[in-house]
Ligand binder design. Structure first.
Ligand code: GRF
Length: 208
């Protein structure tokens, strides 16, 4: 299987980016992060990339009157670095058709809830407030909606009696780091097939 060229879009801390880089470094993922792009100049994700010698760019969406123009710059950078798969990792913007059409079925996202429950912002707080007994995280293909694309992998964690948003988020984050890497590995190996809303995982389903 050829090495996969990944571009990561991130707005903040970048721990999912870090787990992808660690998996590559440890030989668990046959991939290369070719570029990291952020809409936040201060994003720690940019620092993490630069410290590894990975090209990292801040693109200021406020500098572009139309969101499509901002995204055209992002797409140009992704193409310049030969990106095959775009991984959104804590990226706070909704993709428009500019990005979606440039990378059809080639954009993944990680979300800290068991979708379709609790899409959007503050998913962990939403889960606590609702009173669910279990929450978790989801890796999905990105479509034009908010956290609404076909689901690839999910992981479940319990919600404990004394959980705060912080403790629940930390428990979920540990699972995010595992399933995002696993979903990228499945993509890289050509195991993912989208059938309507459903994603068929070939090497798992075919051994049943
Ligand atoms: C994660 O919880 C992810 O699921 C959500 O934003 C957070 C990003 O964390 N989309 P990090 O920047 O990867 O540390």
């Amino acid at each position: 299987m050829p090495e996969l060229t990944i571009g990561v879009l991130a707005s903040g801390r970048g721990s999912n980016l870090q787990s992808i880089l660690d998996a590559i470094g440890e030989g668990r993922l046959e991939a290369r992060v070719a570029v990291v792009i952020s809409d936040n100049r201060e994003a720690m994700a940019l620092e993490r990339a630069r410290s590894r010698g990975i090209p990292a760019f801040f693109v200021d969406y406020k500098a572009y009157p139309a969101k499509a123009d901002y995204e055209r710059v992002v797409v140009r950078l992704l193409n310049k670095y030969g990106v095959e798969l775009v991984c959104l990792a804590g990226y706070m913007r909704i993709a428009t058709p500019v990005l979606l059409d440039a990378f059809p079925n080639r954009i993944l996202n990680i979300h800290p809830s068991l979708l379709p429950s609790f899409p959007g912002l503050h998913a962990q707080r939403q889960a606590l407030d609702y009173g669910v007994r279990y929450s978790g995280c989801t890796v999905h293909f990105v479509d034009q909606g908010v956290d609404s694309g076909p689901i690839i992998l999910q992981a479940v964690v319990p919600v404990l009696k004394d959980d705060t948003e912080e403790t629940l988020s930390a428990r979920i984050l540990a699972e995010e780091h595992k399933i995002y890497v696993e979903a990228i590995r499945l993509y890289q190996r050509g195991c993912l097939e989208i059938e309507g809303r459903r994603v068929r995982i070939k090497d798992i389903d075919e051994n049943k």
